[in-house]
Design a protein around this ligand. Structure first.
Ligand code: NAP
Ligand code: MG
Length: 520
């Protein structure tokens, strides 16, 4: 089986644009989408609900989301226990085939799912297209590697048979963020499912409709509803219940550092009726740097900086927020960057020429406005104008003092800080002065410096002479170290091992009186 990444469409072509426009335009008549709770084959609407507003037109309610409660999880556990034995018996070949079918179902609903995501998040169509392709890639890639990586190994010696095999761990709680509701949600569920586990998915409340449409693609492909449950709701309620439930074996979490660290603490407590040690996978935030070297190609640098710092309004764990520029090209780069930022069009993603859209919700909007206000004295460049209506934040560039929190805290918005360095080594030293270690970029034409960067920079994903976002499945397994995560590499060859445990059988075949014939 050969793996090929999903094709990315070119929206400079009229035919592609018009297909996407009709899909986008067809949605609002059905708003608000009602998102149910799904436990096994039963779906229900709860009177407790959450309303998510469209980020560029906040008068429009896009979804009405039923909020799952801890007793819903109890039911999930009951149904799962009954269904797991049968699911475990399904061959790896068949489970992989089901996941390939999920990928095909996703592709058949491509424009619709991308449109739902855009209305929920305010993501630009080109960003959404790339993200969608990643979701499809996760399914196809995990389907392929499951067969290769999870097959049993035998070591037969004279008088001794050894057999090593992988077994699913049980119920996996998949708690996902809103910023990549197609790719991350799909990948976090596909991995545990293809390796034979039960999945309880808890999407971020803001992107429950995108997650629900994707979940339907899994069910329609033949993944039984009894082994893939959908519990939308609040992190503080159903999220916490999943984390602390004695029969949830694995917490597969992607989100913020604070929530991730609190999950690690809570999941480490073994309750009296618990007979498992929970495994916690936490993929968290970043405070990602880029070093622009003295001899850097500034055309490459500007492109890389704009897309990495401001793509999807900087709301990516991989986004660039610390820029270290060599003194020899500092002023030149700064001037060019400010001019380039000036050319970014801000507005609704329905107009495909806009490069910057709104941020996800009012809470983020107010938080980012506050940061901008507090740092107004250090502002050196800003994209204007922004539309009056909607949660728009201007991309902005700062030169904060060295002791500013702008160098330490994840901004999760279109806010970039820059600082002069006098040597490439100083850039590396500053880059590593962070609790996070997710992505990093180096723009340099000096082979010695590139080598130095590869050996000395703390980052899960280091990119050289290009942007630092948009990891591609199989090509760039993604995930960070230090306080950016527990070390999982999504879209990489080791990912599925997180959801299985190995068992070894050793049999002495030299026993006295033993006859293989008696077995038949
Ligand atoms: P978040 O606030 O941490 O939420 C992530 C998920 O956790 C949501 O589903 C949330 O539910 C849930 N949650 C909140 N509190 C919880 C609790 N006490 N127990 C269990 N679950 C809980 O993060 P976000 O705002 O959605 O996403 C942005 C963050 O994710 C950023 O820090 C970003 O860097 C990080 N991220 C990391 C990666 C990576 O691969 N390393 C990728 C993408 C994003 P609600 O629906 O209630 O919010
Ligand atoms: Mg949230």
């Amino acid at each position: 089986m050969e793996f090929k990444n999903e094709t990315i469409r070119d929206f400079s072509l009229e035919k592609e644009r018009s297909a996407m426009h009709s899909a986008l335009d067809s949605l609002p008549k059905s708003f608000p989408f009602e998102i149910p709770i799904s436990i096994g084959t039963k779906e229900k609407i709860s009177p407790n609900s959450f309303f998510h507003k469209n980020p560029w037109s906040p008068d429009l309610v896009v979804t009405k989301v039923s909020l799952a409660k801890p007793n819903d999880l109890e039911e999930v556990v009951k149904v799962s226990k009954k269904s797991w034995f049968e699911w475990k018996q399904v061959s790896q070949e068949e489970r992989s085939n089901l996941l390939i079918r999920v990928a095909d179902n996703l592709v058949s609903k491509k424009d619709f799912i991308i449109s739902v995501c855009i209305w929920e998040t305010g993501k630009q169509v080109t960003e959404a297209e790339v993200e969608f392709a990643e979701a499809v890639d996760f399914c196809r890639y995990y389907a392929m590697i499951a067969k290769e990586k999870l097959s049993p190994q035998k070591t037969i010696l004279l008088g001794e048979d050894n057999f090593y095999s992988y077994h699913p761990k049980g119920i996996v709680g998949c708690i996902s963020p809103w910023n990549f509701p197609m790719a991350i949600f799909t990948g976090m569920c596909a991995g545990p499912l293809v390796s034979g586990n039960i999945v309880v998915a808890k999407p971020a409340e803001e992107t429950s409709a995108t997650a629900y449409e994707i979940t339907k693609c899994f069910w329609e492909a033949g993944i039984p509803r009894e082994i893939f449950h959908f519990l939308p709701g609040l992190g503080s309620e159903i999220g916490e219940a999943i984390v602390t439930h004695p029969e949830v074996s694995v917490i597969n979490f992607t989100g913020s550092r604070d929530v991730g660290l609190s999950i690690l603490r809570k999941a480490s407590i073994v309750s009296p009726n618990q007979s498992i040690i929970k495994k916690v996978i936490c993929e968290l935030g970043g405070k990602n740097a880029m070093i622009v070297d003295a001899d850097a190609d500034l055309d490459v640098a500007i492109q890389a900086i704009l897309s990495s710092a401001f793509g999807f309004q900087g709301q990516k764990c991989s986004a660039l927020s610390r820029l270290y520029v060599h003194s020899e090209c500092y002023l030149k780069l700064k001037d060019r960057l400010i001019a380039a930022m000036d050319g970014l069009l801000i507005g609704s993603p329905l107009d495909f020429s806009n490069r910057i859209g709104p941020v996800i919700n009012e809470e983020s909007y107010l938080r980012l406005q506050k940061i901008q206000k507090e740092n107004a004295n250090f502002l050196v460049g800003k994209t204007c104008p922004v539309p009056d209506l909607g949660f728009y934040i201007s991309p902005s560039l700062y030169e904060p003092p060295n002791n500013s929190d702008m160098w330490n805290s994840e901004m999760f918005g279109p806010i970039l800080s820059m600082r002069k360095i006098s040597s490439f080594s100083e850039g590396i030293q500053l880059t590593n002065q962070s609790d996070y270690a997710l992505t990093c970029g180096v723009i340099s034409r000096n082979p010695k410096h590139v080598l130095e960067a590869k050996s000395n920079i703390d980052a899960g994903n280091l990119y050289i002479n290009r942007g630092i976002t948009g990891a591609v499945v199989n090509r760039q397994p993604f995930g960070g170290g230090k306080l950016s995560g527990t070390g999982a590499k999504a879209g990489g060859p080791d990912y599925l091992y997180l959801f299985v445990e190995g068992k070894t059988y050793t049999e002495n075949t030299m026993r006295q009186g033993f006859s293989r014939e008696t077995l038949t």
